[in-house]
Design a protein around this ligand. Structure first.
Ligand code: ADP
Ligand code: MG
Length: 687
């Protein structure tokens, strides 16, 4: 929990405050002083009586009680100082110093110790090994440019102090404002999840910023992360984030395809998607997305491109269209009326090009039309630079005032960062933010639109799932792969049809089984995990004598326990899978069977429980989707039926969370019929 002393301290002590502003203890003090902190401020520094004009005390025991302590002293000295302060009522602790868990075992112990001191004081520890915190009340950071505070600017939490600083560098240049910034460092007590929890619990509409930015490397408590991101989004927040680093899952040796594949992507990636966070690739991408999120929220995906320079307008249009965002044609009476007010040679059909001679008045008019009259437009991107012949300050002033007054979002792409430097500064001083590259902007906008306008759908439960039977089988099974017939029973109880299968263990059972199934049949060995690899699958056995010979052959395979007899199924081979990821839960996987999954890794994944919309997204998301639609005379597969299987699997893992791996590979899809022919389920009762 983040106590109020971290957010609004009435008094602060900088332990290790210094006159040398090239040191963290000097810089943080300077930033607090420059930031206009209006509470009581103390410095503890045994060597000085006054530091940067602030009275300095030799020890933490010498100052009157303070609410917040910021430490910039060697790690080993911190526990004692913290304990002393805690005993005198301090509840906020920010440890800038490094030398903790990042340094190995000793450091880990030290870190656990300071976290425990904060915890038992009922307080909050930020860090250690962080650059600090910025709130409205104080600028408690030792590094980086300090952005202008705006309660409606971006709230930002970062696992890396240096990354946060570099993001601020770019953001400030672009006019992006910030409200609260937390650098969580080693996250001894407060990680990204806890900061999100705090923003969620203190959110007040109209008073709190609704743009949240995240730089994460690791999510320790995925369920908490998801809970608060979803809750913030439900309150109207817009969240973007970078996730760097991968989970350890990929390194783990796993026995099934799903396991290997699920490890390659990462559970954190899937968590971000589940939470509806706009995923950014890097700093510049995050800054572009942040600039978009600070604007108004578009109601749809249709964009008007307004420019006085052809090229960038074309590039932006290309980018948007290729990302699946509409740049619709603008025509009709209103379009003609607008055209009549523009210079000869202009075009309004979208892109709206009002030529190099375009004026501020014309821009004003265009924006009026685009905002109020063109119904097929949801947002407007204006690209306006200058070849240096005239001042564009008045153009940017119009742009800014329209951004404020319009109903639809208007985005400013201002390429002339040298020639229009002063005009851009003026625009920023009014409160505007801008983009400097139309292609990067277009990609960022596409990402925002696709994430925010994405349908979420509902989870679905199925009345016909035989929960009791599934529980019964699981409870009677030992950890590891379930026996073949148990696997089939679980799938059938879940409502996932499995091809008629007879298990034959002795010669005399063979002919009756084949007669029951009917020729031709498929025969496969039972026992080995991967059957094809050991020559254990034969499709299309057409005679009884052939079957008898095959049976003898299959039973000779190492670990053979019997042979399955199945009819020959046909259609498109589909793959369904499940992989359990500790703390994150079950990952559901979908793709086409055979080489599509194994060689091309063309799969889609989603964290369970999945919704109807997420199931459809998975089906639509595979690259080889066209094959489902019927390719070269092959049967097509009904996508809704595929979704239903995915939704049933999602139900299954909730009923039987002991399932740690499951592969249905393949199931044959033919129209609305989906029929599994091979499956394995691995369970683990203790996780
Ligand atoms: P494994 O994956 O252990 O090698 P499978 O049971 O998946 O064994 O069989 C391998 C391949 O044989 C399948 O991918 C599929 O192409 C084909 N096959 C298996 N069972 C059938 C069946 N009943 N009808 C048609 N083809 C089948
Ligand atoms: Mg198989």
């Amino acid at each position: 929990m983040i106590v109020k002393e971290i957010i609004e301290p009435k008094s602060i002590v900088v332990v290790g405050g210094s006159n040398d502003t090239r040191k963290p203890g000097g810089k943080v003090l300077e930033n607090i002083l420059r930031g206009g902190f209006d509470g009581e401020l103390f410095v503890v520094n045994p060597k000085e009586s006054s530091v940067q004009g602030v009275k300095a005390f030799p020890s933490c025991g010498d100052i009157s009680p303070v609410e917040l302590a910021i430490f910039a002293i060697p790690a080993g000295m911190i526990p004692e100082a913290m304990e002393l302060l805690a005993s005198r009522g301090t509840r906020g602790f920010i440890v800038l110093s490094a030398g903790f868990s990042e340094m190995g075992e000793e450091g880990k112990k030290l870190e656990a110790k300071i976290a425990e001191i904060a915890r038992s004081a009922g307080g909050t520890l930020i860090g250690p090994n962080c650059i600090g915190v910025i709130t409205q009340k104080y600028k408690g950071v030792f590094a980086g440019p300090i952005p202008e505070y705006d309660p409606m600017g971006c709230d930002f939490v970062s696992a890396s102090g240096a990354t946060a600083v570099f993001i601020l560098e770019e953001a400030i240049v672009r006019g992006i404002k910030f409200s609260e910034i937390f650098s969580v460092g080693n996250s001894a007590q407060i990680g990204i999840e806890e900061v999100l929890e705090y923003w969620d619990e203190t959110y007040q509409e109209g008073k709190s910023s609704n743009v949240k930015l995240i730089y994460a490397e690791q999510i320790v408590n995925p369920q908490k992360f998801l809970k608060h991101t979803l809750s913030l989004k439900a309150k109207g927040c817009r969240i973007a984030g970078i996730k760097a680093g991968r989970t350890k899952a990929g390194q783990r040796a796993v026995s099934s395809h799903t396991g290997a594949m699920a490890g390659e992507d990462t559970a954190v990636d899937l968590l971000f998607r589940k939470a509806g966070i706009i995923r950014c690739e890097g700093r510049l991408d995050l800054v572009n997305v942040a600039g978009i999120l600070l604007g108004k929220k578009p109601n749809g995906k249709r964009v008007a491109v307004v420019t006085h320079a052809g090229g960038p307008g074309v590039m932006l249009t290309d980018t948007l269209e290729s990302e699946g965002i509409d740049v619709p044609r603008i025509e009709g009476k209103d379009a003609e009326e607008l055209l009549s007010h523009l210079n000869y040679g202009s075009s309004v059909s979208n892109p709206i090009d009002f030529l190099a001679t375009g004026t501020a008045e014309q821009l004003d008019l265009i924006l009026n039309y685009a905002d109020n009259k063109f119904d097929n437009i949801d947002s407007i991107a204006v690209i306006f630079g200058t070849p240096g012949l005239f001042d564009v300050t008045n153009v940017y002033e119009v742009l800014f005032s329209k951004q404020r007054s319009s109903r639809k979002p208007i985005f400013a792409i201002l390429p002339s960062i040298v020639q229009a430097k002063d005009a851009i500064e003026r625009y920023k001083s009014l409160g505007g933010n801008y983009f400097n590259d139309e292609v990067a902007f277009g990609k960022a906008l596409a990402k925002v639109l696709k994430t925010e306008l994405r349908e979420t759908g509902e989870t679905k439960s199925f009345e016909d799932i035989d929960v009791a039977k599934i529980r019964n089988i699981i409870q009677q099974s030992r950890d590891g792969f379930l026996p073949a017939m148990g696997t089939i029973a679980i799938l059938e109880s879940t409502g996932i049809p499995f091809v008629a299968t007879k298990l034959v263990k002795a010669n005399e059972e063979l002919i009756p089984a084949i007669k029951e199934i009917g020729l031709p049949v498929v025969m496969k060995v039972v026992g080995p995990v991967h059957k094809t690899e050991v020559g254990g699958v034969e499709v299309g056995i057409a005679s009884l004598s052939e079957a008898e010979a095959k049976f003898a052959e299959l039973m000779k395979i190492e670990r053979a326990e019997g042979v399955q007899i199945q009819p020959v199924a046909n259609g498109v081979e589909l793959f369904f899978g499940v992989k359990y990821e500790k703390d994150f839960g079950h990952i559901i996987v979908f793709g086409l069977g055979g080489i599509f999954v194994e060689l091309l890794k063309d799969v889609q994944m989603c964290l369970a429980p999945i919704t109807t919309a997420e199931a459809m997204e998975m089906v639509e998301g595979i690259r080889s989707k066209a094959i489902l639609e019927g390719f070269r005379g092959k049967p097509s597969v009904d996508k809704v039926s595929v979704c239903n299987i995915l939704l049933r699997i999602s139900n299954l893992v909730q009923i039987a969370p002991e399932i740690v791996e499951m592969d249905i590979n393949p199931a044959f899809g033919n129209g609305g019929k989906i029929l599994a022919v091979d499956a394995r389920i691995k369970i683990q009762t203790t996780k």
